[in-house]
Design a protein around this ligand. Structure first.
Ligand code: FE2
Ligand code: FE2
Length: 362
């Protein structure tokens, strides 16, 4: 295990550790000399870094997605920690343990997998159960499903994140099916299959990104392919039930402008869309508060996918119980839309919380 992690960095202290290069830019000072502007990460978070001196010696020795050892000083810049690097060198992959650098779901994937299989084996509709089991029994799908994130950046963006999201949805489906008296088996099939295409849409061997297939087709189309492939081995599967399952997949983003070609058109499809939307937004908000890098104040930075800043409730309330005065006015960062926020519909018809716009999933 490496030490220290980014979340353990202390302000105005030297910081020596190994990190993953998330982005690298070589810029020019006014003098014409180069400097480095980097974003570095480990599994605990991400930090902006600058290297001002002796840059020529190191700037061509590493690239994005490489590991580097850095030594420098942590300071606050624009209300966020920033690392000024004094020395750095590239590390070989063999010198690091990948698990230290990529965020992972809090729960053990094997334990989550067993829990998911428990939900599926309890399904009473034999056709739907056979379809879902055919997918999950496929060794390649099973291996990828345990590892894949649910998104590149926005929600459940960690190894095992897709499984965590799907398991959370199975639990929500159980409550909601009972409350609304709808078909639990259809909802569970939707939970497992709606994002299954993400196992091929996203790349997650190193930094998360989109595969060419993902960029060109998206996870709904890839998911339909997986379902078609598994149904080829289930010749007795009722054709109308197949249509319902396919509709659950293609309608789960809920709106045309969020990438669904059809609006949800039966109760389980509508309910499933809302559960999926809720689960991704709740996790997005939780993660935003947990990873926010603003040092002062009670609000996170502006989040484009949620279209708002979020109150750091525990910090806000603990200040009152400690007898601190009322909070200062909120520092609204530049470029934050005035309230009420304008509707930020993505230009490329992709839901900011789910899909893969050309560059970023935000
Ligand atoms: Fe999706
Ligand atoms: Fe989802």
């Amino acid at each position: 295990m490496k030490s220290p992690y980014i979340k353990e960095a202390e302000i105005n202290r030297n910081f020596t550790t190994s990190l993953l290069v998330r982005s690298k830019e070589i810029r020019e000072k006014k003098t014409g000399e180069p400097y480095l502007s980097l974003s570095l990460s480990d599994r605990s978070g991400e930090i902006e870094a600058k290297m001002w001196d002796n840059v020529a010696e190191v700037m061509d020795t590493f690239e994005r997605d490489d590991f580097v050892k850095v030594k420098g000083l942590i300071q606050i810049y624009h209300n966020r920690p920033q690392l000024t690097i004094h020395k750095m060198r590239r590390l070989e992959d063999s010198e690091v343990d990948f698990a230290d650098y990529f965020p992972a779901a809090a729960r053990d994937p094997e334990e989550m997998w067993r829990e998911l299989r428990g939900f599926i084996s309890a399904m009473s509709d034999a056709h739907l159960r056979a379809l879902v089991e055919a997918a999950l029994d496929d060794p390649e799908i099973a291996a990828r499903f345990r590892k894949a994130p649910a998104a590149k950046q926005i929600h459940h963006a960690c190894l095992g994140g897709l499984l965590e999201h799907v398991l959370s949805l199975c639990q929500l489906c159980r409550f909601a099916a009972q409350h609304y008296q709808v078909d639990l088996d259809l909802l569970l099939a939707g939970a497992v299959l709606h994002d299954i295409g993400k196992i091929y849409e996203l790349s997650y061997d190193r930094s998360f990104g989109y595969t060419a297939e993902g960029q060109l087709l998206g996870h709904m189309v890839i998911g339909l392919r997986i379902v078609a492939d598994k149904l080829a081995g289930l010749p007795d599967f009722p054709p109308r039930l197949r249509t319902l399952v396919e509709h659950l997949i293609v309608s789960h983003h809920g709106r045309y402008e969020f990438g669904s070609p059809k609006l949800p058109q039966f109760p389980e499809a509508l309910l499933f869309h809302y559960l999926d939307d809720m689960d991704s937004k709740m996790e997005c908000m939780r993660s935003l508060v947990e990873h926010d890098r603003q040092v002062e104040g009670y609000f996170t930075g502006f989040n484009a996918s949620l279209e708002r800043m979020v109150l750091k409730k525990a910090k806000f309330m603990s200040a009152e119980s400690n007898g601190q005065p009322s909070p200062p006015p909120v520092q609204v960062p530049e470029n934050t839309p005035a309230s009420p926020a304008p509707k930020l519909l993505p230009k490329d018809a992709s839901h900011p919380l789910f899909a893969a716009p050309a560059s970023e999933d935000s």
